[in-house]
Design a protein around this ligand. Structure first.
Ligand SMILES: CCc1ncnc2c1ncn2[C@@H]1O[C@H](/C=C/CNC(=O)c2cc(-c3ccc(F)cc3)cc(O)c2O)[C@@H](O)[C@H]1O
Ligand SMILES: [Mg+2]
Length: 214
């Protein structure tokens, strides 16, 4: 049967990238998406903004929602200090399989744990299963209608502390209007928009960075 796009992306990484070299894995995926098949990775332009926010926060605990093929997982993991706890959640088992192989090809398998399941089920288990009390940095890149319910879940589960940083992809395209309205109007967050473009296109998109204040 015909291969899937994530499977073809993995093949491109194995063909083009150097094992153990995260930069070459990132470049191989960006090349694949620019010249072979578009895919919903955060991409190089928004990826550079992601890099700068991760570097600025220098987090000890990180959560990513929506691993997909592991592109942003590799971008984040390559910047983390030793001993950082990094968890990424993905509910499609086929994507978990591809992501784990792409992360391992980059040599970053010891930096991050890919957990299979839905964020709604797993977020309340962070403390008991992974010994996490609060997250310093959270990257939201899963189904866009899950951003708002999940940020409320973080609050309910006491997983945010003063200064926790949430960075959300696609707040313009496909868009997360309810989430934007919430973080921009809530007195509990300081929010800032980083304008960019939809990965590998000229369509407007951007990232929203929200800092939890209390
Ligand atoms: C249930 C909670 C929950 N728990 C755990 N894992 C979850 C999950 N909900 C989803 N996943 C997994 O995350 C990934 C989905 C990510 C969703 N991302 C976009 O839809 C998107 C679209 C465009 C775009 C598409 C077409 C266009 F024309 C324009 C833009 C661009 C982008 O950057 C985008 O991120 C998949 O692996 C899901 O299995
Ligand atoms: Mg995205």
């Amino acid at each position: 049967t015909r291969s899937t796009r994530p499977q073809r992306m993995l093949k491109a990484v194995q063909k083009k990238a150097t094992k153990g070299d995260p930069e070459s894995v990132i470049s191989a995926i960006d090349y694949f998406c620019k010249h072979s098949e578009w895919a919903m990775n955060v991409g190089d332009e928004k990826g550079s903004i992601l890099d700068s926010v991760v570097t600025e926060v220098n987090p000890s605990t990180v959560l990513e929602l929506g691993t997909y093929c592991g592109y942003s997982t590799v971008r984040i993991a390559r910047l983390l200090s030793p001993g950082t706890k990094f968890i990424t959640l993905e509910f499609n088992p086929a994507n978990v399989t591809i992501a784990r192989q792409i992360i391992a090809y980059a040599g970053l398998q010891d930096k991050v744990t890919v957990v299979e399941g839905s964020s709604g089920d797993l977020i309340p288990q962070m403390k008991e299963r992974f010994g996490i009390t609060t997250f310093d940095f959270i990257f939201l890149d899963h189904w866009k209608d899950r951003y708002l319910p999940d940020i409320k879940l973080f609050e309910e589960c006491g997983l945010l502390r003063k200064g926790s940083v949430l960075l959300a992809d696609n707040v313009i395209c496909p868009g997360a209007p309810e989430y934007l309205e919430y973080v921009r109007n809530s007195p509990r967050y300081e929010s800032r928009y980083y304008p960019a473009h939809l990965e590998y296109t000229k369509v407007e998109d951007g990232l929203e960075k929200s800092v939890f204040l209390e």
